[in-house]
Design a protein. Structure first.
Length: 323
């Protein structure tokens, strides 16, 4: 497969990508096993034809110009399309081989995602799965640009460029330690939450932006609030009993399954649920394997949520008391 990539990926684009990544013609020469003079000649010919420099030649190395950045993006798109095409060709041979890139959120990495990676390894052992951990906005952008094959994203909005294969609603709730005073309640309101130190997620995440828009008073009244972009820190603090958090069952899934955290639904009708969706590009050609894995990821997500909710419901029946 690597030889085919080299044969079908235009030389000039490969050379530009190597020099951009490694910072010098000499280093790129060692990477692609081509003489430095040949690489330099290709770049100079391109610059002459385009009438613009592709690199700034600096004492400490070579840095892409704006024109070079555009050609690097072209190289990345070409490589992504080439990988999909080669995967389809392998499938025609009756072999499930290839390389797929998945964009996911940081909160997925210690939840359902490891199980999905194991499923792919068992069901499609010839597939090389690359997982990029990104923000929701970055994931959608990479999907549109063809840099990833599929994505699982919070609050994903369907568009002409993005096809949502599967989605699920994630009601907002309060997560507490099993022995926390709120743990015995069947439901909580925002006023209940405000009475305890709140571990809040940063503005980079949709749930924080939602709270600021509709319930900013909560962030001001919680005593004292902690703000972080680390979901793992949030959950560690909640497990210790020192804080409570507002999040979804999916974010707290591993701890709910182990009985380490309890998810209590919010009774406030204004608390809009988040969503999580699995998507592929609606405008770019997709390999059959990308479509198959997107559907498999959607099924796995649904099954995982069902397990988390069943575990939570069993705990609730044992501990809940009427308000």
């Amino acid at each position: 497969m690597s030889n085919l990539n080299n044969l079908l990926h235009p030389k000039a684009l490969r050379y530009i990508a190597a020099v951009a990544q490694l910072g010098s013609v000499q280093a790129a020469s060692r990477e692609v096993s081509i003489s430095a003079s040949a690489i330099d000649r290709h770049i100079l010919m391109l610059e002459e034809d385009l009438g613009l420099p592709l690199f700034e030649r600096q004492p400490r190395g070579m840095r892409l110009t704006a024109a070079g950045e555009l050609l690097l993006a072209l190289s990345q798109r070409w490589k992504a399309d080439l990988n999909r095409t080669l995967s389809d060709i392998k499938h025609l041979q009756g072999v499930s081989h290839g390389q797929l890139r998945l964009a996911a959120m940081d909160s997925h990495t210690n939840g359902f995602l490891p199980e999905f990676v194991q499923l792919v390894a068992q069901e499609h052992p010839g597939i090389v799965l690359e997982v990029d951990v990104l923000s929701p906005d970055e994931a959608v952008q990479r999907l549109r640009e063809g840099e990833v094959d599929l994505a699982i994203v919070f609050n994903l909005k369907p568009s002409r460029e993005v096809h949502v294969v599967a989605s699920a609603e994630l009601p907002l709730g309060c997560v507490v330690a099993p022995d926390h005073p709120l743990a015995g309640l069947a439901q909580v309101g925002f006023k209940d939450v405000a009475a305890w130190p709140l571990a809040a997620q940063s503005r980079a995440l949709a749930i924080r932006r939602y709270l600021e828009k509709r319930h900013n008073w909560l962030l001001q009244e919680a005593r004292p609030p902690l703000v972080t972009n680390s979901l793992q820190l949030v959950k560690r603090l909640v497990r210790s009993g020192s804080h409570v958090a507002l999040t979804s069952e999916l974010d707290a899934g591993p701890e709910i399954l182990k009985g380490q955290l309890r998810f209590i639904p919010l009774q406030d009708r204004s608390a809009q649920p988040q969503t999580v969706g699995v998507a592929i590009s609606a405008t770019r050609a997709q390999s059959r394997m990308a479509r198959v894995l997107a559907e498999r990821l959607g099924v796995h997500l649904t099954e995982y949520l069902a397990r988390v909710r069943q575990a939570g419901a069993e705990t609730n029946r044992k501990k809940a008391r009427p308000r």
